[in-house]
Design a protein around this ligand. Structure first.
Ligand code: SAM
Length: 317
């Protein structure tokens, strides 16, 4: 069984990139009143303590979302208005503000104690008053027995009802059974899929590419988001290229966003860069990330070693 537990990493720079992209994408899809099926193939526990042992041991959230929140606190936290304003806050990017405001809604004040993982982010968006009348559905897969059990309990506490379902199963296999989505009342079929493995097993890289290839055959118009680590491993290096080729072969548009925060000041190691590859991205996503990622990097790359950079590449269908 796997040893990866997302609780050590929740709210780190990789989660910031992932959830910023996810929220901006879902928001765009939710502009339309037609129901959306959302699938999270690797869901984790759903929500995390930032003041608990895991987060405190790793310190990753402190160098990630907590640092970002402090840098931009005035933009979304009225209680912080008394503090002097860093210049950048006046012009906080809309996508970054939206991400921070969503995390803030799970917390009372800074420093934050709670971090919503992707299941809570998605559930929160489908539950907003403007969306509540539309019958979106959320399907969550989590294979680790402890995290799956925690996820079931955490989702139950939200009182989300039957629109949210948790399966303690393999997300790659589960996804195949869900595509294409059944037509919603009104006839439309819409789906957004987040594929976010830990890549603890190196076969995950091949499984992700195979899942995207299969998904594009079953449901070419779905929106697919894949998170991947940027590390010195051939499979990791190849994955975004493979995904781009698959999107191009299927005649679909794509976007690839990366965030490199630079080496830790104490050179303690750990992940310093990751990417999000999106097939069929909203046409607004590139502009949203072009505006937000420099601000994210200004906060998270400060005081770290060389290599801090961001990029957003995109290709049309
Ligand atoms: N998506 C989550 C978020 O953004 O909050 C984080 C997910 S974490 C990076 C990856 C999770 O996938 C781990 O909790 C791990 O136990 C789980 N996992 C690993 N292999 C899996 C598989 N084949 N199917 C479903 N879950 C799996």
């Amino acid at each position: 069984m796997f040893s990866y537990r997302h609780g050590f990493h929740a709210g780190n720079h990789a989660d910031v990139l992932k959830h910023l992209c996810l929220i901006a994408t879902v928001r765009y899809l939710m502009r339309k009143d037609a129901p959306l099926l959302m699938v999270d193939t690797h869901a984790g526990a759903g929500v995390y303590r930032l003041d608990g042992d895991y987060a405190q041991t790793s310190g990753e959230a402190d160098a990630g979302v907590q640092r970002l929140a402090h840098a931009f606190s005035q933009a979304f936290d009225p209680a912080a208005q008394a503090a002097p304003a860093p210049a950048a806050i006046k012009d906080i990017a809309e996508g970054l503000r939206d991400y921070l405001a969503l995390v803030a809604s799970f917390n009372q004040r800074l420093p934050w104690r709670t971090y919503p993982g992707s299941p809570f982010v998605l559930q929160h968006l489908m539950d907003e008053p403007a969306r509540a009348a539309v019958h979106d559905r959320l399907k969550l897969f989590e294979l680790h027995p402890s995290d799956a059990q925690a996820l079931v309990g955490n989702i139950e506490q939200l009182g989300a009802g039957r629109r949210v379902a948790v399966a303690p199963e393999d997300g790659f296999a589960g996804l195949r059974a869900l595509l294409p989505p059944p037509p919603a009342p009104g006839g439309s079929r819409r789906a957004l899929v987040l594929i976010d493995p830990s890549y603890e097993i190196k076969t995950d890289y091949g499984k992700v590419a195979a899942a995207i290839q299969d998904a594009l055959k079953r449901f070419p118009t779905g929106v697919y988001l894949v998170w991947y680590p940027i590390i010195a491993r051939p499979e990791a290096h190849d994955l975004p290229r493979r995904l781009r080729t698959l999107a191009q072969q299927a005649g679909r548009s794509w976007l690839n966003a990366t965030l490199h925060v630079g080496a830790a000041a104490d050179e303690s190691g750990g992940l310093t860069a990751s990417g999000m590859f999106v097939v069929n991205p909203p046409h607004t996503l590139k502009a949203t990330l072009d505006e937000a990622l420099p601000q994210v990097l200004a906060a998270l790359g400060e005081g770290r070693g060389r290599g801090a950079a961001w990029s957003v590449d995109a290709g049309a269908a």
